[in-house]
Write a protein that binds this ligand. Structure first.
Ligand code: HEC
Length: 471
């Protein structure tokens, strides 16, 4: 009798032990594996940056390389820090949207929770193919920095500006543009601007006239030149609410043709971790006026202990068809002043649109204190629409947001750009929370620009000049 009791107790114990050892999930959940379930997600959404030779810290192309990062991968996708995408999904639709579906996030999370197994390698999808070299194909022309830039082994990151002449003798229309680093180890990002020849530099003026003109311009301007860098004078008037002043916030003088006298140039294209090259719809083209220079803004990060050299470049493909010229408008406040320590300092800029236009792309641009930016259209009938909202802006990611469908903006609409800055010590990127900050090129100043690319509905551009004569 006693033995029987002992026996059945032991059996129960064994049974319980069996249940305890069985993975709970086995009964109600299928086993997620890298090869079958996770690799397709990583190949399609991460490999563009997470592979050998690219900006991201590890490759997702093999189980061996990805496995050690499993915990971190789960965390970054669940919090939606990865893939990088900073626009609020409630507003606007963009062709280059990188967000993962909830289903893909759940797959990754479950895979990690179940122990991040490899599964059968025969289930692996084929590795994604990437274009080597130029993403736009062979450029018609490559415009390169004239000399190497040498980056010392130690010290902080550098932001450098390089002026590169195009030597274009006539206006050129560009269908695609791509910026390429000379040395990927150190180039964090490149932004290429077109700087058309300034009025005062036109050859018909004498040297003395040009100098006089420049001096007066500098005296009358809220800006000064610090080497090659344009900065707002520290004693310039302060208007954080740019929409409340006649210029909408711009401190640049305009001569009516829409071109700045004191040029900051037009955005052409960029290179940054994962930034797409500028490829516009066929016939929608950017003009590079005769005599323009390209200005390359390059952010270099150091490789500790190593002197490095770089000669970055921009490749252009000329337009074969020209229907619409893509114009670029920086909706910018150049008068703001961010007080020391301010945690959420609001700055606005406005643009009253004078034609019927279509918006093609939007790009919020600030520096390290930039925290958030929103771009809104206030239509002539009083209704307003948020075109884009970037609630967690990060200077590390210079994203151009390409609209899925160009947005029609009727004449009389006001485009309102609202930026928020964090100049407090809580902002870990803040170079100096004790400083009041104004507008300027260097990254220790800040910027406030909603870059807008658009076409004018009524505009007709002349048929193309022959490309042979362009240089
Ligand atoms: C557009 C380029 C890009 C894409 C796409 C991208 N990443 Fe990243 N990722 C980066 C870069 C650059 C870093 C390093 C800098 C940083 O952490 O911000 C990084 C960092 C990470 C880290 C943190 C590594 C560390 O050092 O702790 C993880 C994890 C990660 N990515 C996972 C993913 C996953 C998973 C995907 C796809 C679902 C993805 N990333 C898509 C560029 C990208």
């Amino acid at each position: 009798m006693k033995r029987a009791v002992v026996f059945s107790a032991a059996a129960l114990f064994l049974l319980a032990l069996c249940f305890a050892l069985l993975p709970v999930s086995a009964s109600d959940e299928k086993k997620i594996t890298f090869s079958k379930d996770v690799a397709p997600v990583l190949f399609n959404n991460c490999a563009e940056c997470h592979r050998a030779g690219e900006a991201a810290p590890f490759s997702v192309l093999s189980y061996k390389d990805a496995r050690p990062w499993a915990r971190s991968i789960k965390e970054k996708v669940v919090t939606r820090e990865m893939p990088p995408w900073h626009a609020d999904p409630h507003y606007g639709q963009f062709t280059n949207d990188r967000r993962l579906s909830q289903k893909d996030i759940d797959t990754i999370a479950k895979w990690v929770d179940q122990g991040a197994a490899e599964g059968d390698p025969r289930d692996l999808p084929p590795a994604p193919q990437f274009v080597e070299g130029w993403a736009i194909g062979k450029p018609d022309i490559v415009i390169q920095m004239p000399t190497d830039h040498t980056l010392e082994a130690t010290g902080p990151d550098e932001i450098q500006y390089f002026e590169v002449p195009t030597n274009f003798k006539e206006d050129v229309y560009v269908q695609m543009a791509e910026a390429r680093p000379g040395n990927r180890k150190i180039v964090h990002h490149i932004i290429a601007f077109v700087q058309p020849p300034a009025k005062g530099e036109q050859p018909k003026l004498s040297k003395e006239e040009i100098e006089k003109y420049r001096e007066q311009m500098i005296r009358d301007s809220i800006f000064y030149q610090d080497g090659t860098l344009t900065r707002t004078k520290s004693d310039a008037p302060v208007y954080d609410d740019g929409c409340a002043i006649a210029s909408g916030g711009s401190g640049f003088k305009r001569d009516g043709s829409g071109q700045d006298e004191f040029n900051i140039g037009m955005l052409l294209c960029g290179f940054a971790p994962g930034m797409n090259p500028a490829v516009w719809e066929t016939g929608t083209v950017k003009k590079v006026p005769a005599g323009s220079k390209l200005i390359l803004q390059i952010h270099y990060s150091k490789v500790a202990g190593q002197v490095e050299k770089d000669r970055s470049m921009v490749g252009l493909k000329f337009a074969k068809v020209t229907d619409k010229e893509l114009l670029t408008r920086p909706v910018s406040n150049n008068y703001f002043r961010i007080p020391p320590g301010a945690e959420r300092h609001r700055v606005t800029a406005c643009w009253s649109v004078q034609d019927n236009i279509h918006l093609v792309s939007l790009m919020p641009h600030m520096h390290y204190r930039g925290a958030a930016m929103e771009i809104t259209a206030v239509y002539p009938n009083g209704k307003s629409e948020i075109l884009i909202n970037v609630p967690n802006y990060s200077f590390s990611w210079q994203t151009v947001y390409y609209l899925k469908n160009p947005v029609a903006i009727p004449k009389g609409t006001r485009i309102v750009v609202t930026a928020y800055y964090d100049n407090s010590a809580k902002n870990k990127f803040n170079p100096d929370p004790t400083k009041a900050v104004r507008f300027g090129d260097p990254t220790y100043d800040d910027m406030m620009i909603g870059w807008i690319d658009y076409t004018v509905d009524a505009q007709q551009i002349r048929p193309l000049p022959t490309s042979g004569k362009m240089r």
